[in-house]
Write a protein that binds this ligand. Structure first.
Ligand SMILES: O=C(O)Cc1cc(O)ccc1O
Ligand SMILES: [Fe+2]
Length: 439
């Protein structure tokens, strides 16, 4: 498991062959009349054929059988996925969830697919414009079944437990404080090693990119070379009982049977791949004179819309760093935003809320819903001696920030039973300090 190899670079063109079959990649062309080792050639397109070069994405897979060899798809009643954003009346309140419960394997075996729960989202996969935030909780590995998402890309944030992810491109081990992206159409299976939980940002109709750096320059934030891509790995495995290929298609799950493992890609090349990234590698930038900088300085990845500077969704982290700003209220400011802010916590505490916001839980501050530091944080930070100080050591909070107005699902508001009904109370003790006679 630890011996896994990766190739490095964001969005690069890679070539990879399983070392058991040297020369499996055709030389100089994609579709020879007969491929080396008798393999089938299959293209996986991640962008329209005609996209301009910087956004054109595709990979060529050389496999034992083409993916088309399967029985018909049938609806699969499993998990708690939805993109029905009208299940329940809208709720503009500040929302906070206690850690989502992971079932015990002895009582309720759940794998990555059956443990998917949609929490909030907007838009829809058919129009190729939207996002969803899902929580996954599981205790069992996916055995002889794989998932692919026809609707969009999954950015997966494990919070508890490692994920050993087998993909058509090879294997990746993704631990808490790492993230991975499995893009539209890529088949994958998740092995787990105990009670496991995490968050997923799904985007329909866009792929994640590194943010532009503007005046920061040519380096910084998430550096391209720190993104890791798996190397080709295959198994030539017949599965007489039936292997189940699950497709998330137009928001619903469908299952098709086939009698072989889909991880039969002996070699591949291209720039459309899954990848992972360790959040500790993020080169943090912060204010070094005065004021609190907007959290966009912490953007790891962005899924853009066609409106300049407006993200379908940004993945933003709050990493350990130095706080040194003078004459400044250093925690996040009070805020009303034309974007939606979903936050999660991988470990530790979040500086604006020492209590109540826990690892494995979440919060949603919807469009224009006021939010900011709780009363305790305000009082402390208004009086703190402003020395250089480590902020967020040993912690990792993150935000999915979207230009869409997110609806919360019935599971989120009711069935999960994790909503913190007292969240609003954390601001109640804030009192007026106004004194017109004293500046
Ligand atoms: O806690 C939040 O709401 C996220 C957030 C953090 C920050 O540093 C500044 C603005 C902001 O919305
Ligand atoms: Fe905010």
């Amino acid at each position: 498991m630890t011996g896994l190899q990766y190739m490095s670079g964001f969005g690069n063109e890679h070539v990879s062959e399983d070392p058991r079959c040297p020369g499996a990649l055709p030389e100089g062309q994609n579709n020879p009349q007969v491929c080396p080792y008798g393999l089938y050639a299959e293209q996986l397109s991640g962008s329209a054929f005609t996209c301009p070069r910087p956004t054109n994405k595709r990979s060529w897979l050389y496999r034992i059988l083409p993916s088309v060899c399967h029985k018909p798809f049938k609806p699969l009643e499993e998990g708690h996925l939805t993109h029905d954003w009208d299940e329940i009346e809208p709720d503009p309140n500040q929302l906070r969830w206690k850690p989502f419960e992971i079932p015990k394997a002895a009582q309720n075996k759940m794998d990555f697919v059956s443990g998917l729960h949609t929490l909030c989202g907007a838009g829809e996969p058919r129009g190729r414009n939207g996002i969803a935030v899902h929580i996954f909780v599981c205790n069992t590995s996916m055995i002889d079944r794989c998932l692919y998402n026809s609707d969009g890309d999954f950015l997966i944030v494990p919070q508890q437990g490692k994920l050993l992810i087998t993909t058509e491109f090879g294997k990746m081990l993704v631990e808490p404080n790492e993230i991975c992206v499995i893009q539209q159409g890529m088949r994958f299976s998740v092995e787990v090693f105990g009670e496991t939980r995490g968050y997923i940002l799904e985007v329909y109709g866009a792929h994640f990119e590194l943010p532009d750096l503007g005046p920061i320059g040519a380096n910084g934030l998430a550096n391209p070379r720190d993104f890791l891509v798996p190397v080709a790995w295959y198994e030539d495995r017949q599965v007489p009982g039936g292997y189940t290929v699950i497709s998330k298609y137009q928001g619903k799950l469908f299952a098709a049977q086939q009698d072989y493992s889909p991880y039969n890609v002996v070699a591949w090349h291209g720039n459309y791949t899954p990848y992972k990234y360790h959040l500790e590698k993020f080169m943090v930038i912060n204010a070094v004179a005065f004021d609190h900088a907007d959290p966009s300085i912490f953007t790891v990845l962005t899924a853009k819309t066609t409106r300049a500077g407006v993200a379908l969704a940004d993945f933003v982290i709050f990493p350990p760093r130095w706080g040194v700003a003078n004459n400044t209220f250093r925690p996040p400011y009070y805020h009303r935003n034309c974007m939606s802010e979903f936050m999660g916590l991988i470990k530790g505490h979040y500086e604006a809320k020492e209590e109540g916001f826990q690892p494995g839980g979440g919060s949603l501050h919807s469009m224009m819903t006021p939010h900011g530091p709780d009363a305790d944080c305000f009082e402390k930070a208004s009086k703190a001696k402003l020395e250089p100080e480590r902020v967020a050591d040993g912690t990792m909070a993150f935000m999915f920030e979207s230009s869409l107005s997110l609806a919360v699902t019935k599971w989120g508001l009711q069935t999960s039973n994790r909503l913190d009904k007292n969240y609003y109370k954390c601001w109640e003790p804030l009192k007026s300090h106004f004194n017109p006679k004293c500046k």
